[in-house]
Design a protein. Structure first.
Length: 324
């Protein structure tokens, strides 16, 4: 694993902040941010190598040696950034989506389009298997965006299952973990629990903090188990079928564009964690058919900004690349 300076670990934390912000939004994947920022394969490999051998090295050599061998500084920096982002930005992003949906979704649309180009460029050889993999992934991802979410649930064990499934989506570029939570019916519960935990910390209400902490812990345990299981599969795929894997990831993002198309017609609503009525099931429409001001010029501007952000991240990933 690469060695890093303190400033480079701060950059990893910044990438974690971006991943966390993306994971809060139903339709945008933190895995996409990880991929275009140049840390995706390192993340998958590091998680895959995590095992009980850490404690054996700690016992035989030292904690410092085990820490270095298992690249724990990288994980702490990255997941620290993700956690800070989710706790601090959950309210802001959901509020922006409520107030300025077209502009926010336009930004994310441009971001994902640029990500498709970036990931697709990594494919070194196109053959029948690669093309079929891309098409199947695109179709599957598209139909996932059309799926109708199930009813919300407060079950503790369901939170474990939700964490297990959602984390798989969160590390797949193009598949939104937040959207999978929405489909499972756990999005309101999880986001509401995060908000409860943040409010409890601000108010120093230990009852609120403890109740939210237990729910988040169950969800996190499910996520860790899912992450460990799926990282092994992804790691194997990258090492043995890299072009096909990249094609699948590209296809997932292409299909996901339907979910983040800025202009939607609302079919049904749901009640969010604040008791407000928000869109549940929507379908994409042309700007000319939008019921309201389509804000086309502003939407295009935000698409361009989102598009350019990806190439800025790519530039930073290359210029700040650590020495081997």
């Amino acid at each position: 694993m690469p060695s890093r300076s303190f400033k480079q670990y701060l950059l990893v934390t910044a990438k974690g902040l971006a991943m966390g912000a993306a994971d809060v939004v139903p339709g945008v994947s933190g895995g996409t941010i990880a991929f275009i920022s140049g840390i995706y394969q390192e993340l998958i490999e590091t998680i895959h190598k995590l095992d009980l051998g850490f404690f054996k090295i700690w016992k035989k050599e030292s904690l410092n040696e085990a820490w270095k061998k298992y690249n724990i500084n990288f994980l702490v920096s990255l997941f620290g950034g993700i956690a800070i982002s989710i706790l601090s930005l959950a309210k802001i992003i959901t509020s922006l989506l409520s107030e300025y949906p077209i502009l926010v979704w336009s930004f994310f649309f441009g971001l994902v389009v640029a990500s498709i180009i970036y990931v697709g460029r990594q494919i070194t050889q196109f053959n029948i298997r690669v093309i079929i993999s891309l098409l199947i992934a695109a179709v599957l991802s598209y139909f996932i965006t059309l799926a109708e979410p199930v009813g919300d649930t407060q079950s503790t064990w369901f939170l474990f299952i939700a964490g297990f499934i959602a984390i798989i989506a969160m590390i797949l570029p193009g598949i939104s973990g937040a959207f999978i939570l929405l489909l499972l019916g756990a999005y309101t519960t999880v986001l509401g629990t995060i908000t409860q935990f943040s409010d409890g910390l601000l108010k120093l209400d230990w009852t609120m903090i403890w109740d939210a902490f237990l729910k988040l812990l169950i969800f996190a345990v499910g996520a860790v188990v899912g992450l460990k299981v799926f990282s092994g599969v992804l790691n194997w795929m990258f090492k043995n079928y890299k072009n096909s894997t990249l094609a699948i990831l590209t296809g997932f993002m292409i299909g996901a564009l339907n979910k983040i198309w800025p202009w939607k017609e609302i079919e049904t609503f749901r009640i969010n964690s604040h008791g407000k009525k928000v869109p549940l099931l929507e379908h994409s429409i042309l700007p000319s058919s939008y019921d309201g001001e389509p804000l086309i010029l502003y939407a295009v501007l935000f698409m361009i900004i989102g598009f350019l952000v990806i190439f800025l991240l790519e530039y930073l990933a290359v210029s700040k690349k650590p020495a081997k």
